[in-house]
Design a protein around this ligand. Structure first.
Ligand code: HEM
Length: 435
């Protein structure tokens, strides 16, 4: 059997190695979020607003943006935090850190290649499937490293009978992540053989997007919420059977979407979102004071906003299944989910936990945290309303609001990235002011 770190020096070295590794994953995720993700999204939206339709924009560019956000940003954060926290919690030997670096190289090259191939088309028939293979292998290294290991004794799991439900949700999210990457590879191979561009055909892309959202990040966030919201927001413990019911209904919704049954699928997502909100007690008063030291005091409010966006997104997706004609209802539902729910959760919880995980640092600016969240939610609100009104021609006068919403969201993500990067440049809290 391989050696496990032991002795105070070795434990310290391992902790520093883990922190360095996590910081590199997080900075990589921020880079994908800013450039290939947000800036390309803003560019696309300005072009769409100029044309007054999304139909004339190259779908390969739109998919390059979506892929960079979901995998380049959210996926990179999940892998980095997963390697870091699961290596700490479980009895995982020292080779985990080496594997995390190998996985980072494969993953980063894979996601970059996908983005560049969609934009520049160079050798895309080879590079598109190659990028999907690299992403899948990078993920499998993570999966092989963390699965099958027992939780170590410690406060994180003490008192838990069997496997805590938050771990079940995070495990389900990992399976959704794996399924997304496998189907992504299959569709990339199909596009390379039969397609005329690297863009996945619209019908298949709509289904793939359900895997990229409801099957993976949404479920993973429910899991992390079950673990952290009782601590950070002082909420009562989640109701485990209701959260398990939410997971089960969500899986049914994903299955229905894969079959193209959009009305039952979106109905299931709305039900699952309602169950998750009830299980996590997000809109119930806190039973203990929230832990807001080091972050902005509005942090618990924004977490509740995020869950409000989850419900709005699911409700709009039902309307989309019934009435969408020009992609406005689907697009609004998707951005209520990706920007409103996912990004608000990552901005809130990320700025709460990442400074500590990355070397016991203190968040650079709680005020910048507030502005990043406030602008993100304002931009998302303008986007969702104007996308429905303008794209669907209900209120064409809303077209000019779309570029404004994009610029507001861009300022928000830049503030978030800047706050974390400035945080990482600061010395760890115990060394700050030492000299
Ligand atoms: C920062 C501001 C953002 C802007 C301006 C933006 C813009 C866009 C635009 C114009 C589209 C094309 C479809 C449509 O018209 O709705 C789109 C699609 C998409 N966006 Fe965004 N977006 C932003 C943020 C995000 C974030 C944070 C995520 C994920 C975390 C995300 C994920 C997606 C996905 C998955 C798609 C669908 C791609 C496809 O059709 O395959 N976006 N976005």
């Amino acid at each position: 059997m391989r050696a496990v770190y032991s002795g105070p020096q070795a434990i310290k070295a391992r902790e520093l190695g883990l922190q360095r590794m996590l910081m590199v994953w997080i900075v990589t995720g921020l880079a994908f979020m800013l450039l290939p993700g947000t800036f390309l999204g803003v560019w696309n939206l300005i072009a769409i607003a100029g044309e007054h339709t999304a139909a004339r924009i190259d779908p390969a560019w739109i998919q390059a943006h979506g892929h960079a956000q979901i995998f380049g940003w959210i996926g990179t954060f999940v892998l980095g935090i997963g390697f870091y926290s699961l290596t700490k919690m479980m009895r995982i030997p020292e080779f985990a850190i080496g594997r995390a670096w190998t996985s980072w190289v494969l993953w980063t090259v894979g996601v970059t290649l996908r983005w560049a191939t969609n934009l520049w088309l160079w050798e895309w028939r080879w590079l598109l499937p190659a990028s999907a293979v690299l992403e899948l292998v990078g993920f499998l290294l993570f999966f092989a490293t963390v699965s099958g290991h027992r939780p170590a004794e410690g406060p994180a799991v003490q008192g838990a009978v069997g496997r805590p439900v938050w771990m079940t949700a995070v495990g389900a999210g990992s399976i959704g992540f794996l399924a997304s990457l496998i189907v992504n590879l299959a569709l990339a191979i199909q596009a390379a053989i039969t397609g005329s561009s690297p863009a996945i055909p619209h019908g298949a892309d709509q289904r793939l997007l359900v895997l990229f959202t409801w099957a993976f990040p949404v479920v993973t966030i429910w899991g992390f919420s079950a673990r952290w919201l009782p601590v950070f927001l002082g909420l009562a413990d989640p109701t485990d059977p209701i959260l398990l019911a939410a997971l089960a209904v969500n899986v049914t919704g994903v299955g229905a979407a894969m079959a193209g049954w959009w009305i039952p699928a979106t109905g299931a997502f709305l039900t699952a979102a309602g169950l998750a909100v009830a299980a996590l007690r997000v809109f119930q008063p806190s039973v203990k004071p929230p832990k807001t030291a080091g972050v902005h005091s509005t942090f618990p409010l924004f977490v509740r906003f995020a869950y409000g966006w989850l419900l709005i997104s699911a409700a709009v997706s039902v309307c989309a299944a019934l009435w969408d004609r020009a992609g406005g209802l689907w697009g609004a539902s998707r951005h209520a989910l990706t920007v409103g729910f996912m990004a608000t959760m990552v901005f809130s919880i990320g700025q709460r936990v990442l400074p500590a995980f990355c070397g016991m640092r203190i968040l650079y600016s709680p005020r910048l945290m507030f502005w990043s969240l406030a602008l993100l939610n304002l931009g998302c609100f303008l986007r969702v309303v104007s996308e429905i009104g303008a794209y669907e021609s209900y209120v064409p006068s809303l077209w000019p609001l779309l570029p404004a919403s994009a610029v507001i969201e861009m300022i928000a993500v830049t503030a978030f990235a800047g706050n974390l990067l400035f945080t990482f440049r600061q010395p760890p809290a115990h060394l700050a002011g030492a000299d």
